[in-house]
Design a protein around this ligand. Structure first.
Ligand SMILES: C[S@@+](CC[C@H](N)C(=O)[O-])C[C@H]1O[C@@H](n2cnc3c(N)ncnc32)[C@H](O)[C@@H]1O
Length: 274
């Protein structure tokens, strides 16, 4: 696992970070067993895990979906990725998965969380094929027109757009459909979207409790139904098996299926831009 020993330095803590205000990036890091989180994050993560039993499995299954989606896209010839809401580097970062399969792969990481970006920059030092930028996905222009995005990614060729575990932070009044359309428009034909998203379709009471916990963080969560999540793929051809529990999206090993998908509160899918 990528983790800088805390005693080594605190450079993953950028100046001005409010350590008292829990963030989704650091809560997720904690649930995945990472070390880049503060006491307030750990406290709320424990409440999160109590409200939604199986949270650690859910996080791990989401992460495994991300890996499989990247490898699937690579098997279709994609070698460049825009990973929005990339999180704090942890097991199986996109550039590691992609560059292991093809060292020429290029990755632009985007996150709104300063700790996520700071730690990403730290581990990407010396990697000329991957960058991390701090931006809010609700400002697509800032991301799509960013100098690093334009330098590293070739928009004339297919790109793998990764929106994994992030759109449930976008409320309806921010118009998620319009945002996704804006990201889709500049992509070349043959590009892919991988998206995963919290749902309350199953275990609604537990999800409501988890949503209440997250109201005390920087990143409230807005779960959506399977139908609504499917609509987010507008303009992409949704590939088989459609929008399903993360563990059921093209599982590649017995262990993926052994993850008790019925507990999963995250639905996922992959679409292709015609
Ligand atoms: C649950 S983590 C997912 C990390 C990674 N994509 C994965 O699936 O393993 C969600 C990430 O989305 C980021 N995020 C939340 N709202 C965002 C926004 N408006 N713009 C960019 N990133 C955002 C959080 O900071 C966090 O790092």
């Amino acid at each position: 696992m990528w983790s800088v020993p805390v005693t080594e330095s605190l450079t993953w803590v950028p100046e001005g970070v409010d350590e008292e205000l829990p963030s989704a990036a650091r809560i997720y890091d904690y649930l995945l067993g990472g070390g880049h989180n503060f006491a307030a994050d750990r406290q709320i993560a424990e409440k999160f895990a109590t409200a939604l039993p199986g949270s650690r499995d859910i996080a791990r299954m989401n992460r495994a979906f991300l890996r499989r989606a990247v490898l699937f896209m690579m098997s279709c010839g994609v070698d460049q990725f825009l990973d929005v809401g990339s999180g704090i580097p942890t097991v199986g970062n996109v550039h590691e998965v992609a560059q292991r399969a093809n060292p020429e792969s290029r990755v632009v990481y985007v996150d709104v969380d300063p700790v996520a970006v700071s730690h990403s920059k730290l581990i990407l030092e010396g990697n000329s094929q991957a960058v991390a930028i701090q931006a809010d996905l609700k400002d697509p222009e800032a991301i799509l027109q960013h100098r690093d995005t334009r330098t590293l990614l070739d928009f004339d060729r297919p790109i793998g757009l990764l929106m994994v575990g992030v759109f449930h932070f976008v409320p309806e009044d921010s118009d998620p459909d319009r945002l996704l359309a804006r990201y889709r428009e500049p992509l070349a034909s043959g590009s892919y979207l991988a998206l995963s998203h919290f749902t309350a379709d199953t275990r609604p009471a537990e999800m409501a409790a988890m949503v209440a916990v997250m109201k005390n963080s920087k990143d409230p969560i807005y779960p959506r139904s399977r139908d609504r999540i499917t609509q987010l793929f507008a303009g992409f051809e949704l590939l088989e098996p459609g929008v399903v529990s993360t563990a059921l999206w093209r599982p590649d090993a017995q262990t993926d299926l052994a993850d008790r998908p019925e507990r999963d509160q995250i639905l996922a899918g992959v679409g292709r831009k015609p």
